[in-house]
Design a protein around this ligand. Structure first.
Ligand SMILES: NC(=O)c1ccc[n+]([C@@H]2O[C@H](COP(=O)([O-])OP(=O)(O)OC[C@H]3O[C@@H](n4cnc5c(N)ncnc54)[C@H](OP(=O)(O)O)[C@@H]3O)[C@@H](O)[C@H]2O)c1
Length: 421
């Protein structure tokens, strides 16, 4: 054991440990790993299904497993109530790295036995044989501003509060969680998201975050930031999965060099409570495709996101799943298979947050009018109940596919209420 720790210390010190996922370049010059571990506990497969309490060590342990599996990007949020757990896990691996750094540079200070002693409890709790040392520079930590801090002057204090929970002096990415504000009692705060965005820019200017971005913005809102000549968001985080592919919004982000992160990458495909999901995880086309690549359907879905230029944010607190979700960088999908997957797009949103639909800055489509029913055609996919697909999935390469009308294409969007200031 001592020999392993010693050898590892040399390797980590000399080479660093960049993890398993390739890095993508952001528009502000920073880089970001191309998969992140999600940490919202609202979506759990453990009975009772649904929200589980953000207490104990479930997330801390999940983060430790993720780092061991090769993730370097952790996605969290103030409203997830687990920033403290993420912070504890990060502190453990960074402390281990710093200690090994000391060992390597000044061998008299601490040896392998000292390392093991220092991290004994964490090692026992993580169930591994040792704590993986990772430098802070190799990590990419994302957190989010909650809706109750949308006044420009409230943004920096909110980020400082998150940093205190995370035990960090900066995060790599700070995201505005929603374009809409709320007061602590839940009533609506009509502060314009451009004002909040100015607060995000203040936070970046104070070096409290390296990059800034937004979540759940539609194209009009992004364009509003651009026409006001404010700093372009480095990242847009949106729900993205095969049920909700949003081609128009992706094209807009590509055009303006905004990196897209996709949350809820499995959509409602596995959720037994969502019988309305247009596609299920056991769809024959998906299972056949997974068998062809020797992967699980979940891995096909995550790989498809990566190939569509979307950084997936799968959440799991189960060690085997955490490992398999990052095991997607050793194969490539064939074009014909990507066409099949594109055909599953239905504009079906798993997280519509309808309770906020009367807020002036509610970003999504009017659900009464969704999914769109204007195009008629048939499809042979086993999964569909919709009428929007115009081709048969079995002949994807020869026909033009209109798999999903995108609400962010202004022509397709109705009843959107946006206020210019
Ligand atoms: N910006 C936003 O507004 C926003 C909104 C929602 C979510 N998010 C972020 O996106 C993350 C992911 O979204 P999500 O949690 O809604 O959904 P998700 O990642 O699509 O699905 C999570 C569910 O899938 C299960 N799972 C994960 N990997 C699996 C695998 N390989 N095989 C079988 N089951 C698997 C998990 O179970 P176990 O955990 O029990 O293993 C859990 O029940 C969140 O954690 C959060 O970080 C952001």
């Amino acid at each position: 054991m001592y020999i392993i720790v010693f050898i590892l210390s040399i390797i980590v010190f000399v080479y660093g440990d960049p993890g398993k996922a390739p890095l993508v370049q952001l528009n502000d010059g920073h880089t970001m790993p191309s998969i992140a571990l999600g940490t919202w506990l609202g979506n759990s497969s453990t009975p009772p299904h649904g929200r589980i309490a953000p207490v104990g060590y479930n997330t801390e342990q999940a983060v430790m497993w993720a780092l061991e599996a090769g993730y370097r990007h952790i996605d969290t949020a103030w409203s997830n109530h687990v920033e403290d757990q993420v912070g504890r896990a990060v502190k453990t691996v960074v402390d281990a790295y710093n200690l090994l750094h000391e060992v390597t540079t000044t061998p008299m200070i601490c040896d392998a036995a000292c390392y093991l002693k220092r991290f004994k409890k964490k090692i026992e709790r993580s169930g591994s044989s040792m704590v993986l040392p990772v430098s802070r520079n190799e990590l990419f930590i994302t957190t989010k501003l909650w809706n109750d801090a949308h006044a420009r002057s409230a943004v920096v204090p909110a980020l400082r509060a998150s940093l205190a929970q995370l035990q960090l002096s900066y995060v790599d990415l700070y995201l505005m969680h929603w374009p809409l504000g709320q007061f602590a009692n839940g009533s609506y705060d009509s502060t314009h998201y451009l004002e909040t965005w100015r607060g995000m820019m203040d936070a970046q200017a104070r070096n409290l975050t390296r990059s800034i971005g937004v979540c759940n913005f539609n194209q009009v809102m992004l364009e509003n930031i651009r026409v006001h000549k404010l700093r372009q968001p480095a990242v847009l985080q949106i729900e993205w999965n095969i049920n909700l592919q949003q081609p128009g919004l992706l094209a807009y982000c590509r055009q303006h060099n905004i990196t897209v992160m996709g949350y809820t990458p499995f959509g409602a495909l596995m959720d037994k409570r969502r019988a309305d999901s247009p596609t299920r995880i056991d769809d024959p086309l998906l299972t056949k495709m997974a068998a062809k690549y020797g992967k699980k359907v979940q891995q096909i879905l995550l790989r498809y996101a990566v190939e569509m230029g979307v950084i997936p944010v799968p959440k799991s607190i189960t060690s085997t799943r955490i490992f398999e979700n990052i095991d997607i960088f050793d194969f490539k999908l064939e074009e014909a298979d990507k066409w099949i997957l594109r055909n599953f797009g239905r504009g079906f949103r798993s997280v519509p947050q309808l309770e906020w639909s009367d807020h002036p800055f509610y970003p999504f489509e009017n659900m009464q009018e969704y999914p769109p029913t204007t195009t008629t055609a048939s499809t042979t996919t086993a999964s569909t109940t919709s009428t929007t697909v115009t081709t048969q999935a079995s002949t994807p390469s020869t026909q033009q596919v209109i798999s999903e009308v995108d609400i962010n294409d202004t022509s397709a969007r109705m009843n959107f209420r946006d206020i210019k200031i």
